[in-house]
Design a protein around this ligand. Structure first.
Ligand SMILES: C[S@@+](CC[C@H](N)C(=O)[O-])C[C@H]1O[C@@H](n2cnc3c(N)ncnc32)[C@H](O)[C@@H]1O
Length: 446
């Protein structure tokens, strides 16, 4: 069956109205390839081209860290396990790329799972910045947690709540907010036939209502002078320009910020300065992006997370860090059950919030001993770990390690960070020449 015949009749009529003479080019885009991308983790890699194991990669025009790939399998390469890149649909990279994130910002990603935009934010934040990543779905928030951990995220709180609840507690806290809204998904039809089925099961109004509610909550949580980006992967104006126009009509404290039209981006409809990414014009799927700024309001916020303990208050962990690392743990440490987290004092209070993680998961205290977490190995550079074992990426030992197999090495007993081309990928514990594999089974991809 021709792809056009698989598209719902009502959708085709809507697109004809929206695109006019461009409609046939849009339909022809279904015969173009599906473009795939990776986004480089610039907090770990400064010159990707110098280390890239893949064939020459074309740059994604609207995202400096984005690259297209074709036949490679980037999820299988050990650099993925090292968190050197995130696999992301190229158009989706535009959203966080257009939000001017500063290194000390407090950023909220309200609809964050599986983590495309959140990982993009993490790479831009410095040690004083904070990312709060939320997804209403707890199971999706678990995937978000795994992906952020795999990217080496540090000052990150991962929560799973209705944005309305967050807005009651966190008014005026954030410098930047990302709303990558749930939507009817029309922009993904080329790539994913399931999106077509799902479109038929929901009315666009269903999404408009959720989008309006999420915008309402986000507006409360943004500081004056703060910016938010609203995006969808759908074409319907009701979920895009019209949704934002309505928001602006009822929020005199907000203005839209015009996005510069370059690098393949197209003007949105109306005059809110939004942009569209069209699959018939660029190498990527369909997206809508709009920037908003809060011009008026107050910035009163005083509900910070309550912290009192430091690493020295946990002797087993303190000893581990002294013996095995040169990491200066100058932030607070929170113990939750037996797990320790490194938490920055400028995170918001989260007592009544369903929290998967606040801060960096350092490890667990078990039977009087500290067991380091996988997240800890990925969050830091090799240079801070005293005991490391480095392999070249093509070494068979790397494949064995990532499959969870036991390795052997003539080293003294203790914990070792296993590295690939000097990038940490996880822990092993040496006992009499045997390296017990501590790579999480849930991550094995080889
Ligand atoms: C388009 S996806 C987000 C993709 C993600 N930003 C990324 O880049 O990987 C939309 C997400 O919104 C979540 N969601 C749906 N309704 C929500 C709500 N009311 N509040 C917060 N998140 C919601 C869904 O669970 C879904 O994970």
């Amino acid at each position: 069956m021709k792809t056009e015949d698989k598209l719902p009749q009502k959708f085709k009529e809507n697109m004809q109205k929206l695109l006019g003479s461009e409609y046939s080019a849009y339909i022809e885009s279904f015969d173009k390839p599906i473009y795939k991308g990776i986004r480089i983790n610039t907090s770990k890699v400064t010159n990707w081209e110098a280390i890239s194991p893949f064939a020459e990669m074309e740059a994604v025009p609207w995202c400096a860290e984005g690259r297209y790939y074709a036949d490679e399998r980037p999820a299988k390469h050990p650099y993925y396990a090292a968190g050197l890149y995130y696999i992301q649909e190229p158009s989706a990279m535009a959203v966080a790329a257009l939000l001017p994130i500063e290194k000390d910002d407090r950023v909220l990603d309200l609809c964050a799972a599986p983590g495309g935009k959140s990982t993009q934010v993490v790479a831009k934040l410095g040690p004083k910045g904070v990312l709060v990543a939320n997804d209403i779905s707890f199971s999706r928030a678990r995937t978000l947690e795994k992906n952020l951990e795999g990217f080496g995220a540090k000052n990150t709180m991962i929560v799973s709540e209705d944005p309305k609840k967050l807005a009651k507690l966190w008014a005026n806290y954030f410098d930047k907010i990302i709303i990558d809204a749930p939507c009817s998904g029309e922009g993904m039809f080329r790539k994913d036939e399931k999106a077509i089925k799902s479109w038929e099961n929901f009315e666009i109004d269903h999404f408009c209502q959720i989008q309006t509610e999420i915008l309402e909550s986000a507006a409360k949580m943004l500081k004056t002078g703060g910016m938010m980006v609203y995006s969808t992967c759908t074409f319907a104006t009701a979920e895009n320009e019209s949704c934002i126009e309505q928001f602006l009509e009822t929020h005199a404290d907000f203005e839209s910020v015009a996005v510069e039209i370059k690098n393949g981006l197209s003007d949105g409809f109306g005059n809110i300065g939004a942009v569209r990414l069209w699959p018939h014009k660029i190498k990527g799927e369909g997206h809508f992006v709009c920037l908003l700024i809060k011009k008026l309001g107050n910035n009163v916020f005083d509900k910070y997370i309550k912290l009192s303990k430091r690493i020295k208050d946990y002797p087993e962990a303190n000893l581990f860090f002294k013996e095995n690392t040169s990491i200066d743990l100058d932030e607070y440490v929170v113990k939750n059950n037996n797990s320790l987290y490194l938490v920055s004092a400028n995170m918001p209070a989260n007592e009544k919030i369903r929290t998967l993680r606040s801060g960096l998961y350092l490890g667990d205290i078990k039977s009087g001993k500290f067991i380091p977490s996988h997240a800890l190995a990925i969050a830091y550079d090799k240079s801070v770990f005293k005991n490391t074992i480095n392999y070249q990426s093509a070494d068979i030992e790397v494949t064995k390690y990532l499959k969870g197999e036991t390795l052997f090495a003539d080293v003294r007993n203790g914990y070792y960070v296993i590295c690939v081309d000097n990038f940490p990928i996880g822990w092993a514990k040496a006992v009499n020449g045997i390296l017990k594999n501590k790579y999480p089974a849930s991550r094995a991809v080889l």
